[in-house]
Design a protein. Sequence first.
Lengths: 143, 143
Amino acid sequence: MKPQDLLYPLLAALCYSTNPVLVKLGLRISNEPLLGASIGMMASTVVYVAYFCLTGQIRDLFAIPRWVKWYFVLAGLFSTLGVFSFFAALQHIPAAVVAPLTSVAPLVTLTLSHFLLKEMEQITRADVVGTVLIVLGVVLLVS
Amino acid sequence: MFYGEGLALTSAALWGSIPILVRKGLPYASASVAVVVGLLASLPLLVGVFLLHPHAVTEVVAPQAALWFAAVGITGPCLGRLFNYIGIARLGAARATPLINSSPLLTTLLALVFLREQITFKILLGVICMVAGIIVLTRQRAA
């Protein structure tokens, strides 16, 4: 591992951390969360689809079974509805509260994996400690 | 009361379900295809918002606000995801994930500096608890 490799996860964290702040800055000028979220998602779609086409991946799009596409369609709709909800949350509460509350997502994934994918064979001590800390954090932020 | 917090947790629930849906299809397609299908599937929803909203976008969203909203779409889902993948590829998920998951702490700092949000001791403690919980929970899975 080279020290400069650390830069990439830190840059990812920086990109994610700026999102609530950028939304707030936009909402302070124009308080339209639904339209704001749609503009953000449109920009994201244009950039990502352009990257996808320019890197010659377009053929892969037609090579997948139709039933698989339905899972990705549902994932995309969940993602967009999540963005709508994220923008609407930022209309009401501070960015410093929204950011940690939305970071609960991995806990949701783990819980759903346990019930839907039957992947979590046993609950470890780290699972219990992590979950208690998250719940405590939610209680502190919401109360 | 708790409306904003409920919306933020709804985002977390929606985003937390996405890996479960995507994982079902990933043996048959790349992550990039999954993202593009999801983005394209959301397009009718976004166009619907623009068409059905009682006001035209240009009437209610100032150009500067539109820039902030577009920046959200480009930094988080595009650049954030790109750095995320490179970070995991170079450092391994066990080292990269905890760094990436520390983003709410950075948001707190950015909200303090750029939005002049009041960060109380309770908020700071809540953010630290949640980030620690997410890191404990995801680190062992990534390892």
